[in-house]
Design a protein around this ligand. Structure first.
Ligand code: ZN
Length: 158
């Protein structure tokens, strides 16, 4: 495993896998990072990404395009800040996303939480633009997506 620090972003590179955490912004030359990723299929885990701005998004796109030119890219545990951005770009295909984070709220107890949605297990609901109900970490009742489904689920639309 190779650890790379790009401004406020940390990257871990291992064979077939890239883990990103921190902020993707003007200090994160992700386009250059792609050159350090071994060619072939790769899983990109963005669980720890907390922020992305428009310059960061441009870098993210450069990164993804470079990786896609050399193999299949699978997105795992996509950060909430990133999935909403990816939903605004026609370039992304939901079938490449295995899981993502989304803001949920509980109608029973009022709790709010960012939950991880398993996009493989819930593929059919997601294709129909329906967010799966997930158990509330506070009271166990089903939680619902706290935002417009389009913001998170357009990318999965059949
Ligand atoms: Zn609750």
């Amino acid at each position: 495993m190779t650890a790379v620090k790009l401004g406020r972003l940390e990257a871990e590179l291992s064979p077939g896998r890239v883990v990103l955490r921190g902020r993707i912004d003007d200090s994160s030359p992700l386009g250059e990072l792609a050159a350090q990723v071994a060619p072939g299929n790769v899983v990109v885990d963005t669980d720890g990404v907390t922020f992305i701005n428009s310059i960061g998004m441009r870098e993210w796109m450069r990164f993804v395009r470079t990786l896609k030119a050399r193999g299949r890219v699978t997105y795992e545990r996509v950060a909430a800040v990133l999935i909403t951005q990816m939903n605004m770009l026609p370039e992304f295909d939901g079938s490449a996303i295995t899981s993502f984070h989304a803001q949920y709220e509980c109608g029973a107890c009022g709790a709010e939480a960012v939950l991880l949605v398993d996009a493989v297990a819930h593929a059919e609901e997601l294709r129909g633009m329906r967010a799966p109900k997930l158990p509330c970490p506070e009271c166990g009742q089903p939680m619902a997506l706290a935002d417009f489904p389009e913001r998170y689920l357009s990318v999965f639309k059949a």
